[in-house]
Design a protein around this ligand. Sequence first.
Ligand SMILES: Nc1ncnc2c1ncn2[C@@H]1O[C@H](COP(=O)(O)OP(=O)(O)OP(=O)(O)O)[C@@H](O)[C@H]1O
Length: 769
Amino acid sequence: MKAAVEAGQPHRTARGRGSQRDRQRAHAGGSNCAGSLTRAAVTPGSRVRGIAPLHCSFPKNVLCGDQGVSSEMKSDVEASGPLESNPPAIECRDVCRSYGKLKVLSNLTLTVPQGHIYGLLGPSGCGKTTLLKCIVGTLKISRGHIAVLGRPPAFPGHGVPGRMVGYMPQDLALYSEFTISDTFSFYGRIHGLSSKDTRARMDFLIEFLDLPQKSSLVRNLSGGQRRRVSLGAALLQNPQLLILDEPTVGVDPVLRAKIWQHLVEIVKDGRVSVIITTHYIEEARQAHVVGLMRNGRLLAEGHPEAMMKQHNAPTLEAAFLQLCESWDQMGSQRCLSPQGHHKDGSHSSDSSRDESQPILDSGSAPAPAPEESKLTGDWKLWVRHVIPKWRNIAALMIKTMVRMKRMPGFLCFQFLLPVIQISLMCLCIGGDPRGIPVAVVNNETDGQLLSRSLLSFLDNSSVEQVQLSHSDAFAGIHDGHYWGIVGFGRNFSSYLMKRVMQSRVSQEVVDGGSVHVWLDLTNRQIAIMLQKKLQEAFESFVQHKLGSMSYLVSLPVKFEEPVYGSRNTDFTTFVTPGAILSITFYLAVGLTALSFVLERKEGLLDRCWVAGVSSLETMLAHLFSQLFVISVQIALMLLLVLLVFKVPNEGSLLLVITLIILQGITGISFGLVISAAIDDEQSANQAALGIFYPNLIISGIIWPVECIPYPLRYLSLVLPQTYASEALRCVMYRGWDLTRMMVWRGFAVTLGWNTFFLILATVILKLRT
Ligand SMILES: Nc1ncnc2c1ncn2[C@@H]1O[C@H](COP(=O)(O)OP(=O)(O)OP(=O)(O)O)[C@@H](O)[C@H]1O
């Protein structure tokens, strides 16, 4: 075991000093227990009246030496600037935190000295996890002050969050598609470990934590094995501070003992500190200090043996029970106390103070506030803190790629979905209806039978003629069997000839020489098609019968060659550019709308943040990885539209591709806003779907914007896809370029929305992480 531990801690050299400290600790709980706890170790807030101050000797804090600290770790430590001499690893003072009206932490004061294991004990729901989250900075405190390794968490340039802290959250917070090796490599990359160092640590941790093969998928591991992988990820970079939330749950007693032995070993030389919560109270006897929490307060803290001795209890658990009983008794007295003073010395008015404003007493705070730091020349650290690190972005992108690789079916589906959607659209929308049944009532019996000749010009692929009697035809159309009736009178041919040849004819001749049409107008597209087909049939018929004299019966309007487009332009041509943009936008929204939601739910987002990944880096990594997916989607979609469905493109293909990619990025950014702002999948899905139809309808994609009533049209024009669809139509069908306002306007609006969504998503994520 020792050899294994040394293999995992290659730099640790201060063995002599550690041994001496061990000896000190071994006596701490016994007769050598020297003096009261120092103010740094147990502050007045943690003492409970009626419970005598605990006696325990804490060894002097030990300065972090350079031994055992890798060069990158050193740079992180240096980056955090000069610290106070011997600051405690963690110092919480009068910390309050509420969830809505539920007050979870009340004036909690706790100190974890450097080089100690601090066991945080307490019943379920007393606020341990909440406190740890406040310490790592993933939860904001309502009041009070927290310093971690000398500075508040997330202080610009501080290594917390970052590689100075190893955090194992209570949730597993592991990517289930990762293997064990992927998991360690991911955190290794974020912490800036070289692949060699990561491999060495991985080998040690796999052996030490008794993990299966490193190629095993996390989702195939047992609950206990997953917890151990999670613990391994926290230990990976040999952090200066370990924050472990119930690391031994579901771990067998032998391994539990091994984990504790390891913790005792790594704190020996005083450079590493540990705060650990556990439900197994007795195992915390190996901690140097235990803090007993109840109802968001620290009842007592001290050396476990001292605590047991103090309460004459054979076990730590018994001591804890006694403390709880004493506290409950005091609680009932406190309720009766008219002065409003707590028995523990805190004033009740404290709890009624407004907790929305953090009270950071800069006079006594271990580190200056960020504003001060800027004033005192720490702005460089601040800039370094804000600028995204490529290392983290690359690690997150690799993570997304690995996850995609592990889900090949899902990846293929993602690539094929837009192709399927655009194919369905081109195949099913905008074309002429086919095989429409129409009843023909032909009463003509003699003469030249011009009616039959006219009917022969009717497009048979679109119109299916059914010869019927007058009564059957009307019965059929009323029963919905036919979309129209085409009727010819008995003397149609002769009357039609008279109409053409004679300058003046009676009304009877006009009526008898007309084709009578009754339509079912409930389906406008079919009705319009029937009108158009009858008109075309008549024009062909007239041309055939009258030749150069056909002008006598045609409309005196001549449609010349179109300026843009062709005579055969159909609705599909109009709708395709908007549909491409819309499909790209919504698939991108769908790809990203759940990304943070799921990661936040599983604690992955918080864990990455504690490892030192900023909101902006998370955002950019998502953007870049999804950009790869949408690029493939766009390439496949364009190939299909241009080559298979032969949608014309008169303009620059580069402009077309650029505009579609920019719309995809807008979709990604919008998805990121949804996933940053919303906590659960259902609401995120509803938000993404909820905007789909309104946006599609009023963006002029399926129907011209000119049909939209005025107040709504203004809204339509500012939407991300209205001007963009128009711009794409102008490029593809008119061959225009960026010099035209209608084109650059589409690009400008898209870029504007992009920037807005990205900034909004980053701000929301930053505020909520
Ligand atoms: N996000 C939240 N919203 C509202 N209440 C919460 C939230 N998280 C925790 N709580 C409440 O805060 C209290 C303390 O929860 P916390 O998880 O800190 O307890 P704990 O001591 O870690 O418990 P356990 O040992 O069971 O993990 C509980 O009453 C819990 O219901």
